[in-house]
Design a protein around this ligand. Structure first.
Ligand SMILES: NC(=O)c1ccc[n+]([C@@H]2O[C@H](COP(=O)([O-])OP(=O)(O)OC[C@H]3O[C@@H](n4cnc5c(N)ncnc54)[C@H](OP(=O)(O)O)[C@@H]3O)[C@@H](O)[C@H]2O)c1
Length: 256
């Protein structure tokens, strides 16, 4: 039994990971911006799973928020055994003509915060000789959907490098690359998820279970469903001109 720190823990994949980790008797540190939702999720998990749940309200796009999570990772009195970097969102805009501040917000939350928290976790976990880091990337990391794809490709490549750095240290590292998942992700980005056939969706519970299983088996890059494993294999061998033609920004599903 240890503690798991999960960012973006009040909804979707992060919430399911919180429940799975609590069911495995891990105490939790939950990170998100909305305090009310954090309190409500924490109370439900305490009551049903009987584990301790700490709240860490923070905006991961801010220096203060990312450093607060890093500080919690460094706290030796209640060590974190598992770090889950799960915060991510669609930017709801095109890059050309879009708001630069919104772009920087997305970059800071999805890339900079991941770097800051992994830097802290890698150091303390390697020193301790055990731990696990789970970073949520996306199938979009293999496509050309603007800065969201770029951020997720960074997460994927960075995680692979970190896994090499930490090989033999006792710290497991994995990047999860889901395709479409039924969560608040699309509605929050102003995208109608109903435009894609149900066949392409999976559940956040499935992604959470596959993610934790992957960590246990030492897998580094993980695609949760067979249909997306197949698609990932195709995207890796397809000419990039073809990928750009079929999997560019219009694939994000934003209204034109
Ligand atoms: N859903 C999909 O189809 C899909 C597919 C591939 C990859 N992913 C990736 O999976 C991860 C989880 O997505 P999801 O679908 O589960 O999303 P979600 O249901 O929208 O949940 C997002 C969570 O992140 C928190 N959050 C958002 N911005 C934050 C910020 N700046 N600082 C701190 N917390 C923040 C939200 O709480 P607050 O709003 O209260 O902060 C919420 O708890 C993301 O990295 C996403 O890119 C999703």
């Amino acid at each position: 039994m240890g503690s798991a720190l999960i960012t973006g823990a009040t909804s979707g994949i992060g919430l399911e990971l919180a429940w799975e980790l609590a069911a495995e008797r891990n105490d939790l540190v939950l990170v998100a911006r909305g305090l009310e939702r954090l309190e409500s999720v924490a109370e439900q998990i305490r009551q049903k799973a009987g584990v301790q749940v700490e709240l860490l309200p923070a905006d991961l796009a801010t220096e203060e928020g990312a450093r607060a999570v890093a500080a919690r990772l460094y706290a030796e009195n209640k060590p974190i055994g598992i770090l889950v970097n799960n915060v991510g969102f669609g930017l709801s805009q095109e890059f050309v003509g879009g708001d630069l501040e919104r772009e920087l917000y997305g970059l800071d939350a999805m890339v900079r915060a991941t770097l800051i928290t992994c830097h802290a976790a890698a150091e303390v976990m390697a020193r301790r000789g055990y731990g696990a880091i789970l970073n949520i990337s996306s199938m979009a990391s293999l496509t050309a959907q603007g800065t969201y794809s770029a951020h997720k490709a960074w997460v994927r490549t960075f995680t692979e490098g970190l896994a090499v750095d930490l090989k033999g240290s006792g710290v497991a590292v994995a990047a999860i690359c889901p395709g479409l998942v039924h969560t608040d992700f699309h509605s929050s980005a102003g995208v109608d998820a109903g435009q894609w056939p149900e066949y392409f969706f999976t559940t956040p519970a499935h992604v959470a279970r596959v993610s934790l299983n992957a960590l246990r088996h030492g897998r580094v890059i993980v695609t949760p469903t067979l249909r997306y494993k197949t698609l990932a294999a195709l995207l890796k061998v397809a000419p990039r001109a073809l990928v750009r033609a079929v999997a560019g920004p219009e694939m994000s599903g934003r209204p034109a």
